[in-house]
Design a protein around this ligand. Structure first.
Ligand code: GDP
Length: 433
């Protein structure tokens, strides 16, 4: 179903409005990729059409961080939703925060709607009209108290939402491949971007047939143009001027979702931290291709190198399939190796194994290593298919449940026999009685 993301400051009446839109108090939390506890998705139904409402709230930043937080929220919404609804408190009017959010949303290629809440009294309609100046079109007055306007707003939402959600990331043809350059603060992201982009040639606006979001940078690496997504903060070096973990992670999440491949930067001179691992897990969970880049290699001595090897074995078990490259953004060492690794990871991410090959392969593997017997029965694998790429997704039709250990064994064998370096793969099992 198409997705509407709702954005706004705390206390503008966002939750009340969301509850109106979904038509009930108790909402069912939806399984939408990338939705975490901070962004809750609800099912909505209006005039026989289904859509999903994503509430981007759940935080209370301090006063100084508020503007940036709402802007980051808008950024996220813009990248992940089919349409965005900005909610403004009519009794307060548009503050600098709404202006910042509107600025972000004006760049959006998706439809944006504006709702003015708490319009419990007609005298407020003049203040509602004042919201035209945000440049987002007609402000829609609503009142949580009377339920006023929510029907009109819902009609409007259905008008702007596409019938079907926009395509999965990466399915559109052509254009430079999209890269998310991510990692915790101070690992060297801006240094690397500045090195590869160079100040002058950084934003090449007219690559044939591409519309470039101003927050992205087009960068030439190894003879190919790549699109580094959401690098505005990195380039201007306003990095973490705001410093709040919540929207740093929101931004990371948005970048991952907008990208096809993630370059996760780590500081090789320091022990791997939980935060590093969290970023890597986000990529894995989002199902994007991954290259792990150890930066500051110029600071690594023999002792540190050995310690790192141990950390890799201990902390990177879940992403053994990811490849590593050691670089120094400072000296430029091995930076040229990054692109070939990204290409390899994307090749895995795009790879499809034909049904014929897959089934003769699984026949051999299962004959040599049958699945463990459960409840006195030997589960049989009837058929295997790979319905999807990006990332490669396999479905096994079986006569019984396959244990997690056996599924891991199959994934390992798939990787040994067919490759897939740098890409997560998914295996699901459908039991047929
Ligand atoms: P960001 O927060 O990830 O964007 O990190 P920065 O690019 O701002 O880098 C943080 C600090 O690490 C700065 O002082 C950089 O000069 C330094 N730095 C970045 N890359 C390297 C490197 O390869 N070697 C060394 N020695 N220092 C680096």
């Amino acid at each position: 179903a198409p997705v509407l993301a709702v954005v706004g400051r705390p206390n503008v009446g966002k939750s009340t409005l969301v509850n109106r839109l979904i038509g009930r108090r108790e909402a069912v939390v939806q399984d939408v990729p990338g939705v975490t506890r901070d962004r809750v998705a609800y099912d909505a139904l209006w005039n026989g059409r289904r859509f999903v409402v994503v509430d981007t709230g759940g935080w209370e930043p301090d006063a100084t961080g508020l503007q940036a937080a709402v802007a980051a929220q808008a950024e996220y919404a813009m990248r992940t939703a089919d349409a965005v609804l900005l909610v403004v408190d009519a009794t307060v009017g548009a503050t600098a925060t709404e202006e910042a959010a509107a600025k972000v949303l004006l760049r959006s290629q998706r439809p944006v709607l504006l709702a003015a809440t708490k319009v419990d009294d007609d005298r407020l309609l003049a203040d509602v009209a004042d919201l035209w100046r945000l440049g987002l079109g007609e402000p829609h007055p609503v009142s949580g108290l009377h339920g006023r306007g929510s029907g009109d707003l819902l009609d409007k939402i259905l008008q702007v939402l596409p019938e079907t959600p926009r395509d999965d990331v990466g399915t559109g043809g052509g254009g430079p491949r999209r890269v998310a350059l991510i990692g915790k603060p101070n690992v060297g992201k801006s240094s690397l971007l500045n090195r590869v982009a160079g100040e002058e040639r950084s934003v090449v606006h007219d690559v044939a047939g591409t519309t470039v979001d101003p927050v992205d940078s087009l960068v030439e690496l190894d003879g190919e143009i790549w699109r580094f997504v959401d690098t505005a903060g990195l380039r201007k070096r306003v990095k973490n001027a705001i410093g709040m973990e919540y929207y740093a992670s929101l931004r990371t999440q948005a970048a991952i979702e907008a990208a096809e491949v993630a370059l996760v930067l780590l500081d090789a001179s320091q022990p791997v931290t939980e935060q590093d691992q969290r970023v890597i897990s986000m990529v894995e969970e989002a199902g994007r291709a991954l290259v792990i880049v150890f930066n500051k290699w110029d600071l690594v001595d023999e002792d540190r190198r050995l310690a790192m090897k141990r950390e890799l074995e201990r902390d990177f078990v879940r992403v053994r399939w990811a490849e590593h490259v050691n670089i120094s953004a400072l000296t430029g060492r091995s930076v040229h190796k990054i692109a070939p690794y990204m290409r390899r990871a994307l090749e895995s991410w795009d790879k499809r194994i034909s049904t014929g090959v897959l089934n003769s392969w699984i026949g051999e593997v299962v004959a040599a290593n049958p699945p463990p017997v459960r409840g006195g029965k030997q589960p049989k694998i009837l058929f295997a298919t790979q319905p999807r790429t990006r990332p490669p997704t396999f479905v096994l039709f079986t006569t019984g449940f396959l244990e997690a250990g056996y599924r891991r064994f199959l994934e390992r064998r798939l990787r040994e026999d067919f490759g897939f370096p740098g890409s997560p793969i998914r295996i699901s099992v459908r039991v047929r009685e």
